[in-house]
Design a protein around this ligand. Structure first.
Ligand code: PLP
Length: 386
C-alpha cells in the first residue's frame, strides 16, 4: 500500500517511451562478444580503449597488492595513501595547474567543488546543456542559477551584463566537450568574459581529458587558458578508463576544498587499485601522446560517412557524435534494430537530453578500426532511414 505510487511513476515513464533499465553487458570495451558473436559497442566512454590495457591493469594490480582492496577511511582520517598524493601531483602537472584533488567520482567532484565556490547570495552562470552533476551541484550550493544559451558567448555576456552590479561571487560553468552533443565550447571567448566580468570559471573536462590537447591534457591546455580557469574538473572514468574524478586548481583552492568540500570529506578515499589504474592510464598517454589525435581523426572519418548520407550530427567536433531522431520510441526502436545487427548505439532520451531531441549517442573509441567504422556507419544509415 505504501508503495502504490511507485508503480504509477514507472507506468507513466513506460507509456512515454522513457523507461530506463540497467542491462548487463559481458564486458566493458568497444568490442564485445555476445552469444559468441562480435558486437561493436558505440556507447562506451572508454575512448582510448585502455580498460584492458596490460600496463593499466598492471598498475592497478600493483596498487592492490601494495595497499589492499580499500583505503579504509576517509581522506581526512587515515584514508590518504601515498598513491593518492602521487596521482594528484601527476594530474596537476599534466593539466598545467599548481595542484589537484581527487574525488570518488566525477559527479562527486562537481558536487563537492561548486558549493565551495558559490553559495547563497552568489551567482552561477551555467551553459544550458551542462551535465546533470553540475546542475545538482548548483542546487546544492543554493546560489542563484542563471542559464545562458548553449555555447553562446554573446548570450553569456548579456547575462553577465544583466548582473554586473550584483553582490556576491560570480562563477561561470561549462563543459569543454559536451557529453551529449560532442561539440566544443568557445573557451577562449568565455575565458575572456570571465576576466572582464571578474567571474571565476570552472570547466568540466570529463570528455576532453585524454582525448584532446598535449598528451591528452584537455582543451584548457590546448588553448593555453590555465591561468584564466579557476577549476579544471575531469574524470578518471572515461578516456582514463577507470573510476574517479578530480579538480585541478590553485594550491589555495585545493586547501579550501580539503577543508570544506563535503563530497571530499564525508566519504571513503578512492580504492588503491582505481588510483593505480589512473596512474597507469596517464603513463600510457605520456608514452603515446598521439592517441587523442588518432581518435579525433577516426571520429572525423565516421562523421564524414554520416554526412555523405546527409545525416545530421549537430555541431559535433569530437569523439561524441549525436544522431538526433526526435521521437523517444523511434530512437529506442532504431537502437534495438542496430543491436540486432551487432551495433550497440544507446538511445539517449529526456531528461538526459532536451525534450524532442532523443538521439543515438555514438562514441568512437580506439577499439574501432576503419572497417568497424564503415560497417557501423552503413548499419546506422540504413536503420535511421528505414
Ligand atoms: C560532463 C560530465 N561531467 C561529469 C560526469 C560525471 O563523471 P563520473 O562518471 O566520473 O561520475 C559525466 C559523466 O558521467 C559527464 O559526462
Amino acid at each position: 500500500m505504501r508503495e502504490d505510487w511507485i508503480q504509477s511513476i514507472l507506468d507513466e515513464a513506460k507509456s512515454r517511451g522513457l523507461e530506463r533499465t540497467a542491462r548487463a553487458y559481458p564486458d566493458a570495451g568497444g568490442k564485445l562478444i555476445i552469444d559468441g558473436r562480435e558486437v561493436l559497442n558505440f556507447s562506451s566512454n572508454d575512448y582510448l580503449d585502455l580498460a584492458h590495457h596490460p600496463h593499466v591493469i598492471e598498475r592497478a594490480r600493483e596498487a592492490l597488492e601494495q595497499y589492499g582492496v580499500g583505503a579504509g577511511s576517509s581522506r581526512l582520517v587515515t584514508g590518504t595513501l601515498p598513491i593518492h598524493e602521487e596521482l594528484e601531483a601527476r594530474l596537476a602537472r599534466e593539466k598545467g595547474f599548481p595542484s589537484a584533488l581527487v574525488f570518488g567520482t566525477g559527479y562527486m567532484t562537481n558536487a563537492g567543488v561548486i558549493p565551495v565556490l558559490a553559495g547563497r547570495g552568489d551567482l552561477i552562470f551555467a551553459d544550458k546543456l551542462v551535465h546533470a552533476s553540475m546542475i545538482d551541484a548548483c542546487r546544492l550550493s543554493e546560489a542563484k542559477l542563471v542559464r545562458f544559451a548553449h555555447n553562446d558567448a554573446a548570450a553569456l555576456e548579456a547575462r553577465l551584463e544583466q548582473y554586473a552590479g550584483a553582490e556576491g561571487r560570480k562563477l561561470i560553468i561549462t563543459e569543454s566537450v559536451f557529453s551529449m552533443d560532442g561539440d566544443l565550447a568557445p573557451l577562449k571567448e568565455i575565458a575572456a568574459l570571465a576576466d572582464r566580468y571578474d567571474a571565476m570559471l570552472m570547466i568540466d573536462e570529463a570528455h576532453s581529458t585524454g582525448t584532446f590537447g598535449p598528451n591528452g591534457a584537455g582543451l584548457i591546455r590546448e588553448y593555453g587558458l590555465e591561468t584564466s580557469v579557476t577549476v579544471s574538473m575531469g574524470t578518471l572514468s572515461k578516456a582514463l578508463a577507470g573510476f574517479g574524478g578530480f579538480a585541478a586548481c590553485s594550491e589555495n583552492l585545493r586547501s579550501l576544498l580539503v577543508h570544506s568540500a563535503r563530497a571530499f570529506i564525508y566519504t571513503t578515499a578512492p580504492p588503491p587499485a582505481v588510483v593505480g589504474a589512473a596512474l597507469g592510464a596517464l603513463d600510457v598517454l605520456d608514452a603515446s601522446p598521439n592517441l587523442g589525435n588518432i581518435l579525433q581523426a577516426n571520429a572525423d572519418y565516421f562523421r564524414s560517412l554520416l554526412h555523405d548520407a546527409e545525416l545530421d550530427t549537430l555541431q559535433s567536433r569530437s569523439q561524441i557524435i549525436p544522431i538526433v531522431i526526435g521521437d523517444n520510441e523511434k530512437a529506442v526502436a532504431i537502437s534495438q534494430k542496430l543491436r540486432e545487427r551487432g551495433i550497440i548505439a544507446a538511445a539517449i532520451r529526456p531528461p538526459t537530453v532536451p525534450a524532442g531531441s532523443a538521439r543515438l549517442r555514438i562514441s568512437i573509441t580506439l577499439a574501432h578500426h576503419v572497417d568497424d567504422l564503415e560497417r557501423a556507419a552503413k548499419s546506422i544509415i540504413s536503420a535511421v532511414r528505414n
